[in-house]
Design a protein around this ligand. Structure first.
Ligand SMILES: [Mn+2]
Length: 447
């Protein structure tokens, strides 16, 4: 069942109840498989800047966020026991006149958990110490003082990472909703670029539409005008206005801690060759989305994307050899130095994407593309990004020009493209059990 219109709070709360039931069943199997009696997942503690009395913005770890949409709430613990109990959520209730009231669960979500307020960590420790050898604690620090081999035991982490690939209906609804929230912000970003705004002004406009502070973004906004579009993670946003030619924006937003991860690229002059190149990459991106599906290998899809990008380079008279030769000789990597996509969930780059099984065996890395994030064949209910890119990165072009492969390139054509930086187009795709692919990003932009 699909919910394409914006989902209301009551519907989401009922999906959350199903999510907790599904996760509880999966965690019962994990307890069984690993021999532990209980799993406690701590959200973590705020970190201070060195020699300062200021804390970094807090973000709970993904194991906690996968269960509880309280990513900003430190010192919380989720407690899962063998048997059919509701998971317990321990929340610190201490008087604090310095800070705003802590983050609370969305309406209706509290029914799915047994919520217990606690006053001190010492009290909690005492309660759990008698079972210390049977509790697996997942947390950045061993703040509950469990035995060393019960703190982040790898077999438990592998099991959790493996089940995470299949997203519950609730998780799918959150990522879909995040896309619906991000699409209007992307539209305003495009309008501000066309009106001559600076990178920083565009990012501020984006945040304003999301009604969200930068600390609540799933990742820092990448907004590159002109040559800055060639910087893959351009975070150092320019406050000054420049004469616009091109604009790449990679920005998401979160819904209950689940991220959208969307990239769009725009040409200032819609009649320019660069606008045509964007259109070409846009069609290639949709072909690559359509080539995915249950059982497909992300490595094969990456190779396919390399061929398609080589073809664009040939069409624009930048490449003098065949697409096959360019892929074979590794020349495409100069223009497209990253992977086609990754798993998306409460981590923007979701963990576990190369696991072969729940025991933690990894699929061998691709020999040719060892850094690819996604490796395991696609399974139902996964969410993937599909994000081919084509860039003119001066440092990589200089290297190619100085190499014995330089003759593969039509350098006389190259200089006119460098001022545009590059192109990336990224959508988020749900793989449904029936084999259909749902492009939640394109659907959000169409609304
Ligand atoms: Mn991405």
């Amino acid at each position: 069942m699909r919910t394409k219109s914006p989902i209301d709070g009551t519907a989401l709360a009922s999906l959350y109840a199903q999510h907790c039931e599904e996760k509880a069943a999966r965690f019962q199997a994990i307890l069984e498989a690993t021999g532990y009696h209980e799993i406690v997942i701590g959200s973590g503690h705020a970190k201070m800047h060195f020699q300062d009395d200021m804390a970094y913005p807090f973000k709970a770890n993904p194991y906690f966020r996968e269960w509880v949409p309280l990513g900003k709430r430190a010192a919380s613990y989720l407690h899962i026991r063998r048997g059919s109990h509701k998971p317990r959520l321990y929340l610190l209730a201490a008087e604090d006149i310095w800070h705003s009231a802590p983050q609370t669960l969305p309406d209706g979500f509290e029914d799915s958990l047994e919520i217990i307020e606690y006053a001190s960590l010492d009290g909690l420790k005492k309660q759990w110490v008698k079972n210390a050898g049977a509790i697996a604690l997942i947390n950045e620090t061993n703040d509950l003082g469990v035995e060393a081999d019960c703190w982040n035991p790898q077999p438990v982490l592998h099991q959790i990472d493996f089940q995470r690939r299949s997203k519950t209906q609730y998780e799918q609804a959150c990522v879909r909703r995040a896309n619906q929230l991000a699409a209007p912000a992307h539209r305003v970003a495009e309008q501000r670029f066309m009106a001559g705004a600076s990178e920083l002004e565009i990012a501020a406009a984006y945040l304003a539409v999301c009604n969200c502070s930068e600390n609540h973004m799933p990742y820092a906004i990448i907004a590159g005008i002109n040559q800055h579009a060639a910087v893959l993670h351009h975070h150092n946003l320019n406050p000054h206005r420049v004469t616009p030619r091109s604009f790449l924006i990679d920005a998401g937003v979160a819904c209950n801690g689940y991220a959208a991860d969307i990239t769009r690229t725009y040409a200032y002059d819609s009649g320019s060759d660069f606008a045509t190149m964007i259109e070409r990459l846009d069609s290639v991106q949709q072909e690559l989305v359509a080539a995915g599906g249950i059982g497909k290998s992300p490595v094969d899809l990456h190779v396919l994307s390399q061929h398609k990008i080589a073809q664009i380079l040939i069409e624009f008279k930048l490449l003098k050899i065949s697409a096959e030769q360019a892929v074979e000789q590794g020349i495409v990597g100069t223009f497209y130095p990253h992977g086609l996509g990754h798993h998306l969930g409460c981590n923007v780059h979701d963990k576990g994407s190369r696991l072969a099984n729940a025991q933690g065996e990894l699929l061998p890395a691709s020999e040719k593309y060892p850094k690819l994030r996604a490796g395991a064949p696609m399974v139902a209910n996964q969410i993937h990004t599909v994000e081919p890119g084509l860039y003119f990165i001066p440092a990589l072009l200089d290297k190619l020009r100085a190499s014995d492969q330089a003759s593969a390139i039509n350098w006389a054509e190259m200089d006119r493209w460098i001022p545009y930086g590059g192109i990336r187009i990224e959508d988020n795709i749900i793989l449904h059990t029936d084999g259909s692919l749902e492009n939640i990003t394109r659907e959000a932009f169409a609304q």
